[in-house]
Design a protein around this ligand. Structure first.
Ligand code: CMC
Length: 428
């Protein structure tokens, strides 16, 4: 009769141990009993970049990277992208179920009530240098919000946490739009609470002289993109939110850490990097030379590859469809031709096939954002707007998880052994 255990023999001592296997994992702490002597600390696992370590239990997002499956709370991403609104998805992620009409009405109205930010935030934004990167500004002002809501520290009260989650959902479009206006030197547009979530954001971003004619196709396209970005289980920025949040800090500070992680070019910053790469390639005829450069280790094909997906990223498939709808409205983006050709060549090249490198969510999203009128350095702000519900749901789940404590990895010390202090005149 097979047992759900793992037998380990320590060849250093000849001793055997049996540790339970549950959910396809062993507990790293069960290895601590494996020791060579009484004063030995015990065996640890070494896993830089968490390549094979589950750091939490989560009921939010399911990914099967080999089969290209992504589900939020059990619902396939394809169905949510086709049939749900962004606020319904945000509710689903954080509450675990799709809202009833009454629940959605309350959620929408709670968020609408909190869309304004303290006008001192504008003074912070005005203090940035003229060429400040939008993500640097966004992480700064989201972190700064914690000083306006000192009650956000009362995290043991679920009702208080709900209000903070609502505040972050409500204020991120306002802040993202303010950042946009700041980069353009345009006067700030305040929230219009007669508009819906997406419509209000787009209006605050693009309105000139108080006027903006909404394009429903582009607004729904943006909404789908936000849904596709809403959560992606334990990625770099979500892990940052969880790790920073585990210290007991308020959610504005924890989310600001998530925005910082997202900023990096290997994570959310990849959508911006893709556009720069397409600019660098410039012309279809330069693609083969560019691919050769990547294969020889000079840079990466941005928007390709993923730690988890080893087949086509399901979000990238949906984004390609959105691209067709958007370009039918806005006219073709000439860089699309280069991207399509780049993808065709890469997908038939042995280097990319062998390493299972496929387009990810960032490969086509930047082209769509550009067609919608967003500048390249702003793309990752849109990713942050989309990811907010995921960060908040994961933060909430982490706080409710009795198994969680302050995140504190171990290390293997590789430095000097104890040595004596050397006076400055005697140092070599
Ligand atoms: N172009 C060329 N080679 C690549 C690429 C790429 N985009 N990605 C991975 N490789 C190669 C890599 O050089 C390595 O080759 P070798 O085995 O010969 O050393 C192999 O594939 C495995 O790469 P890795 O770096 O060990 O894989 P990882 O799981 O640590 O990295 C990744 C995942 C997403 C950071 C990486 O694929 C990458 O840098 N992609 C480009 C940046 C990008 O598009 N990021 C967005 C990710 S999706 C959205 C998000 O997370 O925000």
């Amino acid at each position: 009769m097979p047992k759900d255990t793992l037998s380990i023999t320590d060849n250093r001592t000849g001793q055997s141990y049996e540790v339970p296997v549950a959910d396809g994992t062993i507990k790293a702490m069960d290895l601590r009993q494996v020791r060579v002597s009484e004063d030995d600390f015990g065996l640890m696992t070494y896993d830089p970049a968490f390549m094979n370590t589950a750091a939490c239990r989560s009921a939010i997002t399911y990914i099967d990277g080999d089969r290209g499956i992504l589900r939020y709370r059990g619902y396939p991403i394809e169905e949510l992208a086709d049939r749900a609104s962004f606020l319904e998805v945000a509710y689903l992620l954080s509450e675990g179920e799709l809202p009833t009409q009454a629940q959605l009405d309350k959620w929408t109205s709670d968020i609408r009530y909190h869309t304004y930010v303290h006008t001192n935030i504008i003074r912070f934004l005005e203090g940035f240098r003229y060429d400040a990167h939008p993500m640097g500004m966004l992480l700064g002002v989201v972190g700064a919000l914690s000083t306006f809501y000192p009650d956000a520290k009362e995290m043991h009260d679920p009702a208080n946490r709900y209000i903070q989650r609502v505040r972050l959902m409500a204020k991120i479009p306002t802040l993202a739009a303010f950042v946009f206006r700041q980069t353009r030197g345009l006067p700030y547009q305040f929230p219009r609470n007669d508009l819906d979530y997406i419509g209000n954001y787009v209006n605050m971003t693009f309105s000139i002289g108080g006027q903006h004619k909404p394009n429903p196709v582009l607004q729904r396209a943006l909404e789908i993109l936000l849904i596709l970005h809403a959560d992606h289980e334990q990625n770099c920025s979500t892990s940052a939110v969880r790790a920073v949040g585990s210290s007991g800090v308020d959610p504005f500070s924890a989310i600001s850490a998530g925005i910082a992680a997202l900023y990096g070019p290997l994570h959310g910053g990849a959508n911006e990097a893709v556009l720069r790469m397409l600019d660098e390639i410039g012309d279809k005829s330069s693609i083969p030379a560019f691919i050769e450069k990547v294969k020889s280790g000079e840079g990466r094909l941005m928007g390709f590859g993923h730690r988890v997906y080893k087949s086509y990223d399901p979000r990238a498939k949906l984004i390609k469809r959105v691209a067709d709808q958007v370009f039918a409205e806005t006219g073709l983006n000439p860089k699309l031709e280069i991207a399509v050709e780049l993808e065709r060549i890469a997908l038939s090249d042995e280097y990319f096939i062998k390493r299972k490198l496929y387009p990810n969510v960032d490969f086509y999203s930047g082209l769509i954002y550009q067609a919608m009128g967003y500048p390249t350095e702003y793309f990752t702000v849109l990713f942050a707007l989309g990811r907010m519900p995921g960060w908040l749901a994961q933060w909430e789940e982490m706080l409710q998880d009795k198994e969680q404590k302050i995140a504190r990895p171990r290390q293997i010390y590789t430095g000097e052994d104890q040595r004596e202090f050397v006076e400055i005149g005697k140092r070599k």
